[in-house]
Design a protein around this ligand. Sequence first.
Ligand code: NAD
Ligand code: UDP
Length: 388
Amino acid sequence: MATPTRVDLDGNPIKPIIVCMIGAGGFIGSHLCEKLMAETPHKVLAVDVYNDKIKHLLEPASLPWGDRIQFHRINIKHDSRLEGLIKMADLTINLAAICTPADYNTRPLDTIYSNFIDALPVVKYCSENGKRLIHFSTCEVYGKTIGSFLPKDSPLRQDPAYYVLKEDASPCIFGPIEKQRWSYACAKQLIERLVYAEGAENGLEFTIVRPFNWIGPRMDFIPGIDGPSEGVPRVLACFSNNLLRREPLKLVDGGQSQRTFVYIKDAIEAVVLMIENPSRANGQIFNVGNPNNEVTVRQLAEMMTQVYSKVSRDPPLETPTIDVSSKEFYGEGYDDSDKRIPDMTIINKQLGWNPKTSLWDLLESTLTYQHRTYSQAVKQALSKAVPS
Ligand code: NAD
Ligand code: UDP
């Protein structure tokens, strides 16, 4: 039986395309490559300095999609092959970035170079060669909510007008320059403005994606296992590491900040819709998150403790969390986004996308993966550690 023709949201047949995916070896890139290989006919030129997270898609060459994915070990900071790959592709997706908060205040120069300077040639090559670009920005471009500046007891803080983040209406509110946390948000904002201006002045076909805390398997690393012992990944991996080592989860400044978490597999469906529906995605900035999955970081820690106890069958710790100051945890210059609720009107209207997975369910599948992947290695590392 012939495979049915895949159609876009307007009922037109989808033609196979070549995607140049920069940062394909990272967390989001690995899931996007997996989805494109398993469910679409598209080809991927996967660009990254690492490929550990997509090795299972590259080897053996006999995999059913073996001729549709090619890995190019390229550092986009200094490699003349980049323009050739962008020219060869129909669409470029740029995911490459330094995007872990622990780096923003401790390596602000690397953060700004990575998120702004290194992205410049990608935008330029797309614009000059008439190629479509999907650029990954961040929800952090919104910074703090307007509501966070109201008095603590103001009833207006409960009014969505003061906290819901809208692509075409909300301001970008960052802290002072000495709070170097905002180096990332500011670099991302400037590259967004540049992409937008290339669209307005030179006709670049672009889509900007603002992810709101996408989480799932393969996110970041477990310190001392598949990343540096002193490294500080994002919260999912920090808390997973604590749970695997049976040590209390560290709540920065009391864990009062609020986040909405979306399951990576839901979010990837939104990206595939953008790839395959250019007429609906071009010229748009999209929030991609799950407004129904809001928790404080403290509540996240409590839920992860419960879920991990279920999947590992270990009893929860007597003291599951401890408070640490942000200065102690991240160093000087840290600051935080207070609350991140994405407005979903634009992505709903253009692509009809909605997230599906509840926070409990996404934590259960993710922590099952973390336990299966890391628990033996962590046990071995702990047994080898010399008691002080
Ligand atoms: P990640 O760190 O897992 O992936 C980034 C990848 O880019 C890495 O594999 C890295 O090796 C690669 N890279 C970085 N610099 C490079 C260079 N100079 N040359 C070649 N490759 C390079 O991060 P992620 O979570 O997959 O995020 C992808 C994008 O989405 C980033 O732009 C990030 O800012 C954005 N984002 C993600 C989230 C999220 O929830 N995961 C939230 C906000 C924004
Ligand atoms: N956080 C925490 N403990 C940790 C790691 C992070 O309390 O071990 C907090 C951090 O201060 C922030 C939130 O968790 O308020 C989310 O942090 P993440 O690194 O995932 O990135 P962000 O959402 O701030 O971009």
